[in-house]
Structures are given as C-alpha cells and as structure tokens.
Write a protein that binds this ligand. Structure first.
Ligand SMILES: [Zn+2]
Length: 277
C-alpha cells in the first residue's frame, strides 16, 4: 500500500495555464538551465493525469492539496475539492487566511466531511505565525481538521520565508501541533533549522520534493530523531514522480517498520481509518 499525501491537481480548463505560470516562476527564480533538461512536471495535473501517474508509479491513493490564492476563490475551489472523493483520490479543502468568513467556512468544511485543509503561506501572503494563520490553525485543532502547509523556501518564489522552522516553532507555543503537517520535511532547504527548532515536537512532516536537495544522511537523521510515526509520504506530484520519492526513501535504509509507517500507516491514522496505535 502506498498513500501519497501531497499532490496537486486543477480543474481541466485551468491545468495547463496554472502549470505554465508556476513553471515560469521556477525558471525565473532558478534560471533557465534548472533541472538540466529534465521535465519539471511528471503528469498533467488533472484527475486523469494524476491517476495515470499513480498507476505508473504504484501509488494506491493520493491526497490532493488545493490552494486559494485569493479569498474569493475559497468556495469554488472547495466545491471542486468536494467532488474528489473516490477510492484513489481525495482532496483537502482550502481557506484563505484573509477570508472574512474563515470561521464559518472551516465549520462548514468539517460538516461537509473534509479531513483537512492546505495552507500556503507564500502564495497566500500570510506568515504561518501571523494572527490570521494562527486563528485558523487553532480552529482546525478544535474541529479535528488536519492542516498541511508549505514550509521553508518555495523554489518558484522570491524570498519572503513565511513558514520557516523558527516561525513554525512559534506556532507550536500557541497550539499543540499533532494535527499539523509541515511539508518538505519541515522546511524546504532549511533542514538545519528543522533540526534546531522542530525535531522532537508533535508536528508531522511530509517527504515532498526533497530528494534532489537534501543530504541523505541529514534526511535519515531527521526522520529517526523526529520519529517515523510523524513522517508521511508525499511526492508533490506533478512536480516529482512518486516512484522517485519512494526509491529515495528506500535508499536511506530505513527499517521495514519505518517504511510502512511513512508510506501508509501514518496516513491511514491521520485520515481516521485505523485506531491510533
Ligand atoms: Zn506542493
């Protein structure tokens, strides 16, 4: 069983345009020769495109993480997300931190059966420890909703660093954190600070889009010190092939028990599908 907790899809009519804009951002930030001729995406990020990638890569289920970049997008994205609830695909919801209806919206998402939301502090221009983000994180904890959020540097955006490990540590002084998942192993390309501020706290990390960037020894050390029960498999598809994410994790020489936790057991626990153990 392989559950990918970090993927992105768009409605058909927006997929190509969205990917073109995001790819342009990466080229702008990283230079035109970034990736040295390799593809930047591994599927068209639509339901069909992701299902085909999952089939090729041996992924059984994927969690899709939509992001509203304006408050006015919240409801239409959540309607799209609500229809992605099949045996293979399941979507989280979205709430823009500046949405004046944020509280009712979170209550409605919980009632409509959403297991969680995605925040992206860089795209939503709201630091993870700002009052606007914190009230959402606390409300989600009260409602039993998970929150997965981009952490660390974003490869396609200029620096602003709104969810650094240090800022995430501020959050953990205000809310307990066991319903929070900091993407990219706690902070993309800020893994020394992940070790300084976050390792050993209740927050979870995903493994999305780190394999080409992290020192494998440091990756293994973070997983082991933080605890494999707080690491969830995520690829960031379409930006990474889940088969590559898996082969990277396997190359770290984790135990079979650790791999099982990371690749599906923790995800099942988070989704409320198994008893807590
Ligand atoms: Zn992502």
């Amino acid at each position: 069983m392989l559950i990918d907790f970090h993927t992105h899809i768009f409605p058909e009519k927006l997929a190509e345009r969205s990917i073109a804009a995001l790819t342009a951002g990466i080229r702008r930030e990283q230079g035109d020769d970034y990736g040295s001729g390799k593809p930047l995406t591994f599927c068209l990020p639509t339901q069909q495109g992701l299902l085909e990638l999952m089939e090729r890569s041996g992924v059984d289920r994927s969690i899709c993480l939509p992001i509203a970049t304006k408050p006015s997008q919240d409801e239409s994205i959540n309607r799209f997300a609500e229809n992605i609830r099949g045996p293979k695909l399941y979507s989280f919801g979205t709430v823009h931190p500046a949405d004046p209806q944020w509280e009712q919206l979170l209550e409605s998402l919980a009632e409509r059966g959403f297991r969680g939301i995605k925040l992206h502090p860089e795209f939503q221009l709201s630091d993870i420890d700002s009052p606007e983000s914190l009230r959402i994180l606390k409300k989600c904890a009260a409602l039993g909703l998970l929150v997965i959020f981009h952490a660390g540097i974003d490869i396609g955006l200029p620096p602003s660093y709104r969810a650094t490990p240090e800022k995430i540590a501020h959050v953990l002084t205000e809310t307990e954190g066991s319903n929070l998942i900091a993407a990219h192993l706690g902070g993309w390309s800020q893994w020394d600070d992940v070790e300084r501020y976050l390792v050993g706290t209740p927050i979870l990390f995903d493994t999305a889009f780190i394999r080409d960037f992290i020192d494998p020894e440091q990756c293994l050390r973070i997983i082991r010190t933080h605890g494999a029960e707080k690491i969830v498999f995520g690829s960031d598809a379409p930006w990474e092939d889940p088969a590559d994410t898996l082969s990277f994790l396997q190359s770290l020489h984790l135990t079979a028990d650790e791999i099982a936790k990371i690749t599906y057991q923790n995800a099942q626990r988070l989704l409320g599908e198994t008893a807590k153990s």
